[in-house]
Design a binder for this molecule. Structure first.
Ligand code: ATP
Length: 604
């Protein structure tokens, strides 16, 4: 069972040192996070897996590490300086600020319908496409087209402020540029103004010629980069899902442009190839395909240069639900044309791509096609993903609370009675919204019909449903359930070993037996030369196993009295909790076998 709420994962991350709130000793910095000892390892492993899949196992991709701060002209010609905007709107009463599209997504269908009607009355037009996947975008455009009075219509339609749950009094929506600016040099004048990159991709485009020439590449080939990006997001949140400073893993795959000869791989085929490759990356690392989906952006909402974009979405637990993990875009010849001084059919290309002339570039980002005997602008397929979102997905997927010891009958009976009393109280309550009440009762009845001793994590999840804690009896039930889970269950992160922050933990059976401690430390050192291995003697063995389970360590090694005589240790497996004796001199080959996997080397 994956995590049933994001809170379970957030609390584990904070408790065990994966992630800390940023600048905490000075009261924090809104929605900023620091990665602790385990978080930094998990993030490094995610990046390593991405790099191995994208660069090492393929024969057609090179790596790059460009600057965070680039010449300002890069952002002028990429279109970011003029257009990297998000629509924002404020509630004059609550003083809360929202991204307009996110605010609309949080409204009921009836409220959105009301807004559609009001806009239609105002413009006397009925152009808003109300198909579910087009409605939000259509409304945002229609509201901006109004020029003025959009705020008034939002207010009249009773658009609800998600923070206060009350209809807001809305300002005119406006565009907000998300790039952070700073100065490059000692004086803070316009001349020295530069931006912190909002994506790593542009660093790749401006180096296209360098990489192609120095590594003697011709399309199709790709350039991969991992690094920090910065966006002044209007509404950061959902833990590390959306932050203003974040890391990205992006790969720009340069391909020959259309038209294609018979048998030549087309841009659509390359796009489909990358969507599949990226989807498989997640499932190969243990994400259930049932909680992943591919979302094709409708043609109407694509940027003019994008021929197709597919997002890979993951169904996060709780209210976040399906959300974008990664985007795979067919960016056509937009980027390399934008940064070129001149390309073949320059005027036609710039008109088609709505690009201004570029007298500032000293380069033409083309390649010479030997067969066609002409310079050609490659097209680009771009898979782009953050580091934090996959991290969060892997944590949610791996999270499990498992029964270890059968519950004593009396405890199970007590839990059953308290659940029944709680559900009765929910049914009678006048304090709950009808929909919330129904969701709690329906799920509660399912649980009541199960063997309660085995369903306590689900009871915890029940108490996290909307409105569930408004019922007085919830506190009592939660207290009992938490206590029983603590004593009879274990929390375990069933991470793929490639992602686990620690691969092996070594314990001495007795921390005051010098010989055992010395041998345990020696074992740790010999394994640490190969894999991240830690030594721990700060508790009884059972407790130490639980602690490692909770952070996803696949194997624990215990050194005991027998080890001194027989030169063997106990190896305990995280998922099955099975134990086996292994000779100390065999440990490295033993774990080498465990920590190996078929390398999926791919031909493009
Ligand atoms: P969203 O619609 O969620 O704002 P986007 O479509 O603007 O994302 P892209 O510009 O396509 O995102 O960026 C590629 C990837 O970078 C995203 O799929 C996501 O994994 C990651 N990413 C983008 N913005 C953020 C952020 N503010 N915090 C964390 N990760 C981010």
């Amino acid at each position: 069972m994956p995590a049933s709420s994001l809170d379970q994962v957030v609390s584990l991350c904070k408790r065990r040192g994966f992630i800390y709130p940023g600048s905490a000793i000075y009261g924090g910095l809104a929605n900023s996070w620091d990665y602790g000892p385990l978080g930094v390892e998990l993030a490094r492993n995610v990046k390593q897996q991405w790099w191995e899949a994208m660069v090492y196992r393929r024969d057609d991709i090179e790596g790059l590490d460009s600057g965070i701060i680039l010449n300002r002209k890069v952002w002028k010609y990429s279109g970011h300086e003029g257009g990297f905007n998000d629509p924002l709107v404020d509630n004059k009463e609550s003083k809360k600020r929202y991204r307009l599209d996110h605010l609309l997504e949080a409204q009921s269908a009836a409220t959105l319908q009301k807004l559609v009607e009001l806009i239609r009355m105002k413009t006397k037009a009925s152009e808003i496409d109300t198909a579910p996947d087009k409605l939000i975008n259509g409304l945002v455009h229609a509201l901006f087209d109004l020029k003025s009075s959009a705020g008034e219509l939002l207010t009249q339609a009773k658009i609800v402020d998600p923070e206060t749950d009350e209809p807001g009094n809305w300002t005119e929506p406006r565009q907000f540029n998300m790039m952070f600016s700073t100065q490059f040099g000692v004086t803070a004048d316009e001349e020295n103004k530069v931006y912190l990159r909002p994506e790593t991709a542009q660093g790749i485009f401006v180096n296209f010629k360098h990489v192609a020439e120095t590594s003697r590449r011709k399309p199709p080939f790709g350039v991969a980069q991992i690094g920090k990006s910065f966006r002044n997001e209007i509404t950061p949140g959902n833990f590390i899902f959306r932050t203003r400073e974040f890391e990205q893993m992006e790969m720009e795959f340069f391909i020959p442009p259309p038209p294609y000869a018979e048998g030549e791989r087309t841009d659509d085929e390359w796009h489909a190839h990358w969507v599949n490759e990226r989807f498989n990356w997640y499932t190969d690392l243990g994400v259930s395909p049932e909680r992943l989906r591919k979302h094709n952006h409708p043609k109407e909402v694509l940027s003019h240069y994008s021929k197709a974009t597919t997002d890979i979405e993951y169904r996060f637990p709780g209210s976040l639900g399906f959300a974008e993990l990664e985007g795979i875009a067919n960016r056509s010849d937009f980027d390399l044309t934008a940064h070129s001084r001149e390309v073949p059919n320059n005027t036609e290309a710039r008109e088609r791509l709505k690009l201004p002339p570029n007298p500032d570039s000293v380069e033409n980002l083309t390649f010479f096609d030997q067969e066609k005997k002409q310079h050609i602008v490659p097209w680009v397929i771009e898979p782009a993903v953050g580091v934090a979102r996959p991290m969060l997905v892997f944590l949610c997927e791996a999270f499990a609370i498992e029964l270890v010891d059968e519950l004593p009958e009396a405890d199970a009976k007590r839990a059953g009675e308290q659940l029944a009393a709680y559900l009765k109280s929910v049914e009678k309550s006048e304090n709950l919204d009808d929909g919330d009440k129904k969701a709690i009762v329906d799920y509660g009845r399912q649980l009541a019909a199960m063997e309660i001793g085995k369903a306590l994590p689900q009871v915890s999840a029940l108490l996290e449903l909307k409105g569930a804690t408004r019922i007085e009896l919830s506190k009592k039930l939660k207290g009992l359930v938490d206590k029983l889970i603590e004593t009879n269950y274990r929390t375990v992160l069933k991470l793929d070993w490639r992602l686990s922050p620690i691969k092996v933990a070594v314990f001495p059976l007795k921390k005051n037996e010098d010989n055992i401690v010395t041998l345990a430390r020696k074992v740790r050192a010999s394994l640490a030369a190969h894999w991240r291995t830690v030594y721990d003697d700060t508790g009884a063995i059972g407790k130490l196993y639980r602690r490692q389970d909770e952070i996803g360590t696949p194997y624990c090694v215990t050194v005991d009295f027998e080890s001194l005589k027989e030169n063997t240790v106990t190896v305990r497996h995280r998922d099955t909790m099975a134990q086996e004796r292994v000779a100390i001199h065999d440990l490295v080959p033993f774990f080498s076998r465990k920590f190996s996997h078929p390398a999926h080397c791919r031909e493009a």
